[in-house]
Design a protein around this ligand. Structure first.
Ligand code: SF4
Length: 234
């Protein structure tokens, strides 16, 4: 298990819970706006062993009530389920962050009740997905993950990191229509738009968040297709 980083406490990552976030190294995307670019290569040095993480979590029981498992892309880790099992056995709620490229891993973890909450990225409209992901994308896999979450077997959110250079109002209308096509009966429960924040660790220089007016247009475009839409961090 490549434990590439840990945030010891967060009130933001898991809605309504006091959590820590564990970052697992390696990702199959190269989103130009990624904040965790140092975690993307699979061979990154681990900051702690799995055993040390589990011991630390044991001591934190009562102070934290949830663990967010993030990345990188956690579903690429061959022993993800074992780790989730051990964390669940301690009584923690578990949130899984995913880019949705491994629907079979997502489904299995949910069906085994190893995950209580899933945050899945919707990088962009289908036509611009590869541009936003910075790599080739199997859209059928993304759609399978979206459809699975829309069935409601686990609590979830969709989220998009919004970048002025990568998204337009038309993209959010197209995302909404895409969701509607994948699930005509049931709207997406919760969708967060997260304006991009620049950092030294971002892959690409020169990216920026849209201004307030642009964001408002994105919200308006997506709102008819989702039950609840929130701009996170504002
Ligand atoms: S999916 Fe994109 S944003 Fe998430 S870790 Fe991978 S490259 Fe970074």
């Amino acid at each position: 298990m490549n434990i590439a980083g840990i945030q010891k406490m967060t009130l933001l990552d898991y809605p309504g819970r006091v959590a820590c976030t564990v970052f697992l190294g390696g990702c199959n995307f190269r989103c130009p706006y990624c904040h965790n670019s140092e975690l993307l290569a699979g061979g990154i040095e681990a900051v702690m062993t799995e055993e040390a993480l589990l011991k630390w979590l044991q001591k934190r029981k009562g102070l934290l009530d949830a663990v967010c498992v993030s990345g990188g892309e956690p579903t690429l880790q061959p022993r993800l389920e074992e780790l989730l099992q051990k964390i669940k056995a301690m009584g923690y709620h578990v949130k899984l962050d995913t880019n949705g490229t491994r629907p079979e891993v997502l489904r299995s973890a949910v069906e085994k009740k190893l995950v209580d909450y899933v945050a899945m990225d919707i990088k962009s409209s289908p036509a611009r997905y590869e541009e936003a992901a910075g790599s080739a994308v199997d859209l059928r896999a993304i759609e399978e993950s979206v459809k699975f979450l829309l069935q409601g077997a686990v609590d979830y959110e969709f989220r998009t990191t919004v970048v002025a250079q990568l998204h337009t109002e038309e993209d959010f209308d197209a995302i909404g229509q895409w969701l509607l096509r994948l699930s005509p009966e049931r709207k997406a429960r919760r969708f967060f738009l997260q304006p991009f924040v620049d950092r030294d660790t971002v892959i690409f220089a020169g990216l920026s968040a849209p201004d307030g007016e642009g964001l408002a247009h994105y919200v308006d475009a997506l709102a008819p297709y989702v039950e609840d839409i929130t701009v996170r961090g504002q």
